[in-house]
Design a protein around this ligand. Structure first.
Ligand code: NAD
Length: 319
């Protein structure tokens, strides 16, 4: 396993922990770098329970000195999840988002360069398509940000492209659509520190604690008036990272590829709620609220590049 060591920044988080499980199951050794600002060691315990292997953990900030981590031998590649991801918060603290997301990525690429590590898979986002493109979103479309979080992802992609061009790195930026759900074991629920921002933990809270969830806007130009998103099962998303690592072995240094990870189908917020109620045989308590600034009506992927380049497509129903 040690010959297939992968540095996983943010590996204790929601998508990172699911990817660590998949990595271990595919014979890789994930090494987690995380400051636990939005996760805990519970997820590392869960990874161990599920796979029988406990990844090495470096509790450190991605913007700080990472030379101890990069002293490890046999680092095959880096998967870079660590960062801040709350859209609303990014409007309140734009510089913090740039410092962590962009500064962290620059710092990581500097350490990779010093340690001669040339492969990186980056967590980008469908948010880079902004509000200027028609659906489905294709990787060749122009990028545009509607909030500082989106800007940080666009800048990170650009920074990584510079590393490809001038540091001989090769990279895949995976543009995730909307990951939901969790590992079948039930051991890795999406469990952010503090108030959840993503829709799935909010739905779960509304069902279990009977809190009323706000559905932002029911007057969009969509079949039922609520926003439409491309919800993807997080385990499918995790597998996409393994495929991206394999793909990096096939391309030359200097190459940067952006690839969508989505189902290619849209589902409305209301459909998601109804689907959850049916799957879990429960009720979700919700009410309609005003549209939220910065939300676009419809977002879903053109998933054909992932299929062609990575040989990947979603296998699970998101809910
Ligand atoms: N969840 C989504 O809907 C979604 C969609 C598109 C893109 N993404 C991106 O995917 C990545 C992972 O998202 P997630 O949903 O798993 O989020 P998460 O918050 O669960 O995971 C991020 C992890 O990074 C860690 N982290 C944050 N800042 C750090 C820092 N400065 N130094 C070290 N560790 C730090 C957190 O503690 C956490 O464990 C993020 O980059 C996010 O922007 C997420």
């Amino acid at each position: 396993m040690e010959n297939k060591r992968i540095i996983v920044t943010g590996g204790a988080g929601y998508i990172g922990s699911h990817t660590c499980v998949e990595l271990i199951e595919q014979g890789y050794e994930p090494v987690i770098v995380d400051n636990f600002c939005n996760s805990s060691l519970d997820n590392v315990d869960a990874i161990e329970k599920i796979t029988g292997f406990r990844p090495k953990v470096y509790e450190t900030d991605i913007t700080k000195n990472l030379s101890t981590v990069f002293k490890l031998s046999n680092i095959l590649a880096v998967i870079h999840f660590a960062g801040l991801k709350a859209v609303g918060e990014s409007c309140e603290k734009p510089m913090e988002y740039l410092r962590v997301n962009v500064g962290g990525t620059v710092n990581l690429l500097e350490h990779m360069n010093q340690a001669n590590v040339k492969k990186i898979v980056f967590s980008s986002s469908a948010t880079v398509y902004g509000d200027i493109n028609p659906v489905p979103f294709v990787e060749t479309m122009p990028r545009s940000a509607v909030n500082p979080y989106g800007s940080s992802k666009i800048i990170c992609e650009d920074v990584i492209q510079i590393a490809c061009k001038y540091q001989n790195v090769k990279a895949v930026a995976l543009r995730y659509f909307n990951p939901i759900n969790s590992h079948d074991s039930g051991l890795l629920p999406e469990k952010p520190i503090g108030r959840p921002n993503n829709i799935f933990p909010i739905i779960e809270l509304s069902a279990s604690k009977r809190r009323i969830m706000s559905v932002f806007g029911n007057d969009y130009d969509t079949p039922d008036g609520t926003c439409v998103r491309d919800y993807i099962h997080v385990c499918d998303l995790a597998i996409g990272h393994i495929k991206a690592l394999e793909y990096l072995d096939k391309i030359d240094n200097g190459i940067f590829e952006a690839i969508n990870l989505g189902t290619g189908r849209g589902m409305s917020v209301l459909q998601l709620i109804k689907g959850y109620e049916k799957a879990k045989k429960t009720n979700v308590f919700f009410e309609y609220a005003e549209r939220r600034q910065g939300d676009i009506a419809v977002s879903y992927a053109d998933a054909s590049k992932a299929k062609k380049a990575l040989g990947w497509k979603t296998k699970r129903k998101p809910i």
